[in-house]
Design a protein around this ligand. Structure first.
Ligand code: PLP
Length: 365
């Protein structure tokens, strides 16, 4: 039983069909000058238009990358460029954002990591206090990947937009196709998503830049994708990812309601009072983080695995480390709780039967 949809999802059959079809028919290089290459290039351009249309954008830049990790790196480093000044992010970003800011800190930049409250929500007053005209970049995730806390992006936009020179990056990976967007995407300078989180293929991230602003180049090579992410494009991955977005983005609300029901059923069925539920009821229903103090998260994952239940300790990138998980630690200041974490993640595909079995295993662990 798979409860690790936050780590990745299974590719949708229709999406896989698109991938195979495009890979077998349209394999020319989109930069080749011959007719076949130009045909492939026109499909690539059509996909960019389609992605813009789905997301309600007009002429937004869409840079295809290997994954969201790469998209986050290109966005943050590209927006900072060679500017000197202050940087603001949060204490609970995914490593693909957090570690980039740690790197800039080592280079001597003044980096502020916003505090969060006990529900995992960033401190907007702190953001207001820290903002000034020297801030080059603010980066704040939309939905936290450990507990599912939904950040107040609309308010972040309002605060940051008071400072016209400051750029805003939002890691949208755990929000897209899961949570209805209640903010204006056009007001964000760089927004990143990853196709494998919404039933698309692994190996494709997107860096969306709705305002078509220029990123400083980090990678050097051809002029493909305006030189921001040079190299030969994989049209199959691009078309399959656009297809996944086309299928799942319009179903965001419907799937949200379904998963919310499944999530509350699971909460109701967890009756063992040794289990601490870390995710607040206002969190994304797709994630339910629990702690069982005195048992390491890694041990718990293997205990669940014995019952053929697949869960996670948190971010897949740090799952092998017995360090306190930083989101839970920032929320609770409780090292034990932050080490004994299991992240259960749900989908519209999760069944009531699966939830009942999972709950019985949790209660008896
Ligand atoms: N950002 C968040 C919030 C994530 O949850 C993840 C992956 O779990 C990433 C970024 C990185 O995504 P990718 O696996 O596409 O590199």
């Amino acid at each position: 039983m798979y409860f690790d949809y936050t780590a990745t999802t299974k590719m949708d059959d229709e999406v896989l069909k698109t991938y195979i079809e495009v890979e077998s028919k349209y394999y020319a290089n989109t930069t080749s000058l011959h007719l076949f290459g130009q045909k492939c290039n026109s499909i690539y351009e059509k996909m960019i238009k389609e992605i813009n249309n789905i997301l309600g954008l007009e002429n937004g830049k869409v840079i295809f990358t290997a994954n969201a990790t790469e998209a986050n790196n290109l966005a943050i480093q590209g927006l900072i460029g060679n500017k000197i000044g202050k940087l603001i992010t949060t204490k609970i970003e995914h490593p693909s954002v957090y570690e980039v800011f740690k790197h800039y800190e080592k280079l001597g930049y003044d980096v502020v990591y916003l505090d969060i409250n006990d529900k995992g929500i960033i401190d907007l007053d702190m953001l207001k206090r820290e903002m000034n005209k020297d801030v080059i970049l603010v980066s704040c995730m939309w939905v936290n990947n450990i507990v599912g806390a939904i950040q107040p992006i609309k308010e972040v936009i309002d605060i940051v937009k008071e400072y016209p020179k400051t750029k805003l990056h939002v890691d949208g990976v755990q929000g897209i196709c899961k949570i209805e967007m209640n903010f204006d995407l056009k007001k964000i300078d760089a927004f990143t998503i990853s196709a494998h989180k919404f039933y698309g293929p692994k190996g494709l991230g997107m860096l969306l830049a709705p305002n078509t602003i220029a990123f400083e180049k980090i990678l050097f090579g051809s002029n493909a994708q305006e030189g921001i992410k040079p190299g030969t494009l994989d049209l199959g991955l691009i078309c399959a990812s656009a297809k996944a977005l086309k299928i799942y983005y319009p179903q965001t609300s419907k799937h949200y309601e379904e998963v919310k029901k499944i999530n509350s059923l699971l909460r109701d069925k967890i009756t063992n009072d040794k289990i601490i539920i870390n995710s607040d009821k206002e969190c994304s229903p797709y994630i339910l983080s629990i702690s069982i103090p005195n048992i390491l998260g890694e041990t718990l994952v293997h205990m669940f695995e014995e019952k053929e239940i697949y869960v996670s300790t948190g971010s897949s990138c740090s799952s092998k480390l017995a360090k306190p998980e930083k989101t839970i630690f920032a929320m609770t200041n409780d090292e034990k709780r932050a080490k004994s974490l299991v992240r259960i993640s749900l989908s519209h595909l999760t069944t009531i039967k699966e939830i009942e079995f999972l709950a019985s295993v949790i209660n008896n662990i």
